[in-house]
Design a protein around this ligand. Sequence first.
Ligand code: ATP
Length: 422
Amino acid sequence: MNAATASLSLSHSGSALSANYSLSCISKSSNKQLNFLPSKTNLCLQKRISLSLSVHLSSSSDGARLVVEDDLHAFLQILPSDLRDRLQNDSKRGQLLEVILDLGRLPEARYLGEFGGKYLRSTEVSVEELEYAQSAVGEFGGDNRAGIEGTLHRISAIRSRKGAIVGLTCRVGRAVSGHIDMVYDLLHYGKSILFVGRPGVGKTTVMREIARVLSDEFQKRVVIVDTSNEIGGDGDIPHSAIGTARRMQVPEPSLQHKVMIEAVENHMPEVIIVDEIGTEAEAHACRSIAERGVMLIGTAHGEWLENIIKNPILSDLVLQLRKSNLLVELTQGQIGGVDTVTLGDEEARARRCQKSILERKAPPTFYFLIEMRERHYWVTHKTEKSVDMLLRGKTPLVEIRKRDDRFNVVVDRWKTYDRHDI
Ligand SMILES: Nc1ncnc2c1ncn2[C@@H]1O[C@H](COP(=O)(O)OP(=O)(O)OP(=O)(O)O)[C@@H](O)[C@H]1O
């Protein structure tokens, strides 16, 4: 795998910066020029006077595949100056995931994957340093998250009982182009897709790229319901990483479901993108949107499809039980909060199944469910089929999508589902 890093700095003073930049490289195999970034990007920066973009390329030996763009310079500005200098010269800064600032503790940097974490100095974080960081970021919302205007970085606060900020988790946001290869073919179906995966595996980052590809390449009317401004970045003008997708901000996280419905009723979207579906109201809003024929791209916390089936709040995303008139009793199910339908002998014989089965009464809201096990290792379910198999105690067949050591996407079809194969 080849990797290249390019740094680009732009300086400006005034209210708006119009930057012309393009990045291209020559594919070794075809000798073709590949363009990764738009040749003209308008960056409206109200306050910042300089901008530094780091662009990292991860590529296979026959051509570039992934372009990762961060704005680490803006991120570093909110940190104490000694940490800023240290991270600026850090050889692993391309892998920096988060900086943790907890009052009275040593500041820590956490890196992607195998790089782990490390303390950044031997003295504790002070109140003043937390206050400085707080003043350098936008306002914290009801979900205790804030951003840095014009960037994709996310700053999350931990508060004392009195409401004072005593800890900050500062996450580096990145715009990634090329990772969409993992699911590009699925987008052609126009069906809803739910991504699940542990925190930090890259769900939001992939939402962003899907928004861009569906709006710019597929020419769809895409609306992002952006609860903490994490997909489209902080500020009223969304980041160019979402392409021409429109972004609706959410005044208060508990209103996410209302904004989802408002998006459909007022703005005629063909696609709605929503991160972190976590409440019953949001799950119902998803169903209602899907029933109106709008494609949904969403994420939820949980590692496996079974986590969603067993979660009484989210299970509506993947199944809805049918109360068959053939049922003779309803008992507490073998699967989490799901009920078991017990069939009469005749019906069980006719269906050649056990007497106790679990049934859906409607197709799942999300046609595909993707378990993001690792950044480059995804398990794809056809939700309806997999749910039916799991409810009957059988093992579904799935598709494994991963990158090989040359960074090409490899799709293994008809694989037996195994929760522990990575
Ligand atoms: N393909 C990628 N290449 C490089 N960095 C990436 C990639 N995908 C994600 N990242 C980085 O990994 C970190 C976590 O990504 P992201 O916020 O998308 O995860 P997440 O699964 O949405 O997490 P959470 O559930 O906590 O919101 C971010 O710093 C992001 O910039």
